[in-house]
Design a binder for this molecule. Structure first.
Ligand code: ZN
Length: 139
């Protein structure tokens, strides 16, 4: 489950939201000049990005407002949430600095934190079990 932070309502479960596809798909400037191939590409062809992907989301059971989200399609990490019509925030400095920095920080912290806590909890449980076992054995 994703915890999505609606710009109007705050953090809510992803079941309250509706995915709206790729963001920043501009309507053609001169629709009458498009051939069938170009219309098909506008209507149906979308990027299939591995990594940071800008997409539209609707808070369908909340404020019913659309907003944009920058999400990593591999890790599902939500990198940015920004209003409709606003430019994609990752283009230049902010995304590369904060995005990759937060990605690296998150991956390293979760990577080191998860195994260490798992090993400590296992060690604690085995040590406590080993201490209880001799007690039971002596009784
Ligand atoms: Zn909302």
């Amino acid at each position: 489950m994703l915890l999505i932070s609606c710009p109007n309502c705050g953090s809510r479960d992803e079941t309250e939201f509706h995915y709206g596809g790729q963001a920043h798909v501009a309507y053609p400037e001169n629709p009458n000049e498009l051939n069938d191939r170009e219309w098909a590409e506008f209507l149906f062809y979308r990027d299939n990005t591995k990594g940071a992907f800008a997409e539209r989301w609707l808070h369908s059971t909340g404020c019913r407002q659309w907003f944009n989200m920058l999400r990593d399609t591999v890790s599902y990490e939500i990198q940015a949430i920004y209003p409709m019509g606003a430019p994609r925030p990752d283009a230049a400095a902010p995304a590369r600095e904060s995005g990759t920095a937060s990605l690296a920080a998150d991956s390293t912290t979760t990577g080191t934190a998860a195994p260490s806590t798992a090993t400590t909890s296992i060690a604690a449980s085995t040590s406590s079990a080993s201490t209880t076992a001799p007690e039971g054995a002596t009784k």
